[in-house]
Design a protein around this ligand. Structure first.
Ligand code: HPA
Length: 251
């Protein structure tokens, strides 16, 4: 199997990769069950790129039902060694308002009850991977440089808080997350990042800020609507194509 130069996992509002040419849909199964949908493998800038829609192409899977293990296993099996995960998030602190693209460098996991390891002890083996820096520093550096070359504004750093969902958070929960040091809140960042580390994949999170998290914006009583979320993701996604082209052209 020829290597894949980059695997991209798309989040809410990102169900296709524009300009992915000659894409072939690879359906598959893994020892951990079925991935969210077909992996589309094609060419972008002449490089082999794989794309998988995390929630399924018709967005049918809520965050707590995504088979994160199957998704990452499948990408690795297809020959991927680095993964750029696109995650739609809410912004908590000032630098992370709606339509911002961000590349967080830390995370806090508030999720529960998800299959969060490939090593669940059944084979008699337990593994504790290093996770001090949850996002691969070399891949982050490459993405930052690519954004710079492409003239795409990207906020460097920030702490991603992964919540269980599918409901949005209360104002008190967001206030607590702010005290904890979170800048962004999303529902899909974990266990994905931890599983990628277990598989030895390079992994970085490109966060698209869709809304101010509950109570965090200038109008603390503003309601979060799906319409706003999708409109903001669409607007911010304009930077994705140039960023990916630049990333793939670089190496
Ligand atoms: N909270 C959690 N996940 C999200 C949000 C939010 O405000 N916006 C988009 N994904």
């Amino acid at each position: 199997m020829a290597a894949i130069d980059l695997a991209v996992i798309g989040g809410t509002g990102v169900y296709r990769l524009a300009n992915l040419q000659y894409a072939e849909a690879v359906e598959g199964d893994t020892p951990f069950g079925k991935p969210s949908g077909p992996v589309r493998v094609g060419r972008l800038r002449g490089r082999r790129v794989a794309f998988l829609a995390r929630h399924g192409e018709g967005h049918s899977l809520p965050p707590h039902r995504v088979n994160y293990r199957a998704n990452l296993w499948q990408l690795k099996q297809l020959g991927a060694s680095r993964v750029l995960a696109i995650n739609t998030v809410g912004g908590i602190t000032e630098r992370f308002g709606p339509r911002v693209l961000a590349l967080p460098d830390q995370l806090i996991d508030y999720t529960w009850g998800r299959a969060s390891s490939f090593w669940d002890g059944e084979g008699g083996e337990v593994l504790h991977v290093d996770f001090g820096d949850p996002y691969t520093p070399s891949l982050r550096a490459e993405v930052l440089a690519a954004a710079d070359r492409a003239g795409v504004a990207l906020v460097d750093g920030g702490c991603y808080g992964a919540t269980q969902g599918p409901r949005l958070e209360t104002k008190a929960e967001i206030a607590r997350m702010r005290r904890d040091g979170c800048d962004l809140v999303g529902m899909t960042g974990m266990p994905e990042a931890g599983l990628a580390r277990e598989l030895g994949l390079d992994y970085a999170c490109l966060a698209i800020v869709a809304n101010w998290a509950a109570g965090a914006g200038p109008d603390p009583d503003e309601q979060i609507t799906l319409q706003d979320v999708l409109a903001n993701v669409e607007a911010a996604s304009a930077g994705l194509g140039p960023l990916l082209s630049s990333l793939l052209a670089a190496d």
